[in-house]
Write a protein that binds this ligand. Structure first.
Ligand SMILES: Cc1cc2nc3c(=O)[nH]c(=O)nc-3n(C[C@H](O)[C@H](O)[C@H](O)COP(=O)(O)O)c2cc1C
Length: 195
């Protein structure tokens, strides 16, 4: 079965992203058309990219085991769901740094987004769509935007966290997941039959 890699792209202490990640995994783990794997960038602390050559040329000739470990997880995925905050109207530097260590691992695979913030992470998501094209990915139209009406109470909610606060977003996440499943299968079939 195709595998969707869900990427938690914030690593700061006290991050909200854990709540979004747990909800998204819980919503998608029972699907019959793909499996999910959660990649937390905290588990992949990578050095700032400082290699003499772009991974466009070095491909999977990884300079360290840490980078190889990250690259192999991206390689194993058939599609991606990036969970993104918006930091100063962009996506997180830790995500860009991680992506810059790799390239072909993402190629010809779809990517969808769940974002949050004052405009639901829309500006960060738009930037990521541009970056995705350079990685030869297929960025999808459907996204889930967690706006302040849900984000603020979710951030302030007491523990244990009750993720029913995200219930109004479930229909949108379902549409996103159905579309991601379609593109994941279509591109996996195409990769299997052509270079
Ligand atoms: C460095 C920094 C910059 C931020 N800039 C923005 C921003 O441009 N737009 C926005 O909507 N929220 C912004 N915020 C608020 C975040 O939306 C909010 O802190 C959110 O919880 C971040 O996700 P995280 O908790 O997973 O890190 C910023 C937060 C930080 C820490």
């Amino acid at each position: 079965m195709p595998q969707i890699l869900i990427i938690n792209s914030t690593t700061r202490e006290g991050r909200f992203s854990e709540k979004a990640a747990a909800w998204v995994v819980d919503q998608l783990k029972g699907r019959s058309d793909f499996t999910v794997d959660l990649l937390d960038l905290r588990e992949h602390p990578l050095p700032f990219f400082d290699q003499p050559m772009s991974p466009m040329y070095t491909l999977r000739d990884y300079p360290s085991e840490k980078i190889a470990k990250f690259g192999r997880r991206v390689d194993a995925a058939d599609g991606f769901l990036i969970l993104t905050a918006e930091y100063n109207h962009g996506y997180t530097a830790v995500l860009k740094n991680a992506m810059d260590h790799t390239l072909v691992e993402w190629r010809r695979k779809p990517v969808a987004f769940v974002g949050w913030g004052n405009v639901g992470g829309a500006r960060a998501i738009e930037q990521l769509r541009e970056v995705a094209v350079e990685f030869e990915m297929a960025p999808l139209r459907h996204a889930v935007h967690i706006l302040p009406d849900i984000l603020v109470p979710a951030i302030q909610a007491p523990e244990p966290f009750d993720d029913s606060i995200f219930a109004p977003l479930e229909p949108k996440l379902k549409v996103l997941a159905d579309d991601l499943a379609w593109w994941t299968k279509a591109l996996a079939d195409a990769r299997a039959t052509a270079d």
